[in-house]
Design a protein around this ligand. Sequence first.
Ligand code: 16G
Ligand code: ZN
Length: 536
Amino acid sequence: MSSFNKILEASAKHPPAEGVKYQYGTAGFRMKADVLDSVVFRCGLVASLRSRSLGGKTIGVMITASHNPPVDNGVKLVDPTGEMLIASWEAYATEMANAKTDQELVELYKALAAKNRIDLSTPTHVVFARDTRASGSRLAACLNDALVACEAGITDYKILTTPQLHYIVRCINTKGTDEEYGEPTEKGYYEKLSSAFKLAMKNKKSSGALTVDCANGVGGPKLLELIKYLPPKDESLDIKVVNDNVHNPDSLNVECGADFVKTSQRAPPSSKAGPIDRCCSLDGDADRIVYYFTDKRGVFHLLDGDRIAALAAAFLADLSRQSGLADILKIGVVQTAYANGASTKYIEKDLRLAVRCTPTGVKYLHHEATNFDIGVYFEANGHGTVIFSDYARKNIASHEPKSPAQQDALEILQALTQLINQAVGDALSDMLLVEVVLAHKGWGPEEWLGIYNDLPNRLVRVVVTDRNVFVAEDAERRLVTPKGAQPAIDEAVKKVRQGRSFARASGTEDAVRVYAEAETRAEADDLANKVAAIVK
Ligand code: 16G
Ligand code: ZN
């Protein structure tokens, strides 16, 4: 049977749901799991084409819906560097997902191959994994059917965190090159992180335990595995794992996890942490993290992505100075418009580092961060990492220290280039990074909170008839249309002290989001409501 006929036959077993329009959004396809079979199947076809278009490089497919409810699922593709799929191929995935018939799908497959001059006999390799959702194994079987039909090389890594799959893709594609990233196995991932962590800690011991809320998702079992590779808790870092129940898939992201904590601005109700206890929460696929604690008066404090970026940037700037590399390494921080104005001010004025702003979505931040030698990027919601350029990596690896102090700082910096996931934001790697910084500074969460005072802010979700009329510019900080909206927002902003506000169409929901900050809580709330009324 020809390979086209095999695809036709296999596709017939995975018909699309009627009346559903699919779109590859900011983080892939994401919706109710029961309408995703055809989409995941078709993503298999796209992944194999993408792999063939790059001469057989390995492509990843991750089945997850991150912080969404348990009934949802999703699928996203990983490019050979371990970064997200390039935008032009997102459009192909959307086209394929919306093909009405099996025949139309095969015609599209052929057309894409022709358009990109893809030789369909090129060997191909697609690796995939899923989070702990109940629908994951069914969807993985759909993907597998597609890969078999188009004669792809397949490796099923079963259950992994999203960043682990990105790591594996990067390892496979760099194997045997100068850029070799690590062993393309889950064990290789733990070994790389734990040995880098040991080196970066330099025998420092963290003060007090760290409680990690794993959102009842894949981060739980994976963190428990990672802990086996870390130094004994009484010598280094004591991690208490909570919300790691993956046997009840219905508890995933429910009243716990990074999104719950960030959105509701409180600890998971199940939390047993005491005053000043350091806590953090991962999201459902462990690519996002936020820290928090409750002070002695019982007031909750969030240490979000902006704080992680500020902490990491401060530490990296110190290390590059202390190691004698400050003159040759350009360090910068990338944020989105959601970053609290106080964090931006702290980074620019106190740390004297460059700050860039991009539209929302990890791929934009990641791309912008590559313009620095050391690019720190975080969204306020906890997605982010630090990227070292080739130039930075080479200089950090080969620099000759001129004193024991320089040597010390250099060794930590070298370890950080290994500890921090270079492919994508990674909650487990980010957590170890934060722990290294806090241990070296001898800080607890209060000192970290004290680096700047957040401006009071408010986020409002506005349901509109058509979010597509909300076109933004200047990294989503200003609206081009509807006409008249931006001048009205400017007017409202002018009236409050330290005011800043913007409205942007969500990339994941049918809504417009309004953000406002100001000197006081009342002014921030008032400004958010005014801007919401303008866009409604
Ligand atoms: C997606 C993005 C996330 C962003 C969020 C914004 C990735 C992996 N995820 O979840 O970074 O913050 O969308 O959602 O890029 P919104 O457009 O609905 O506000
Ligand atoms: Zn996630």
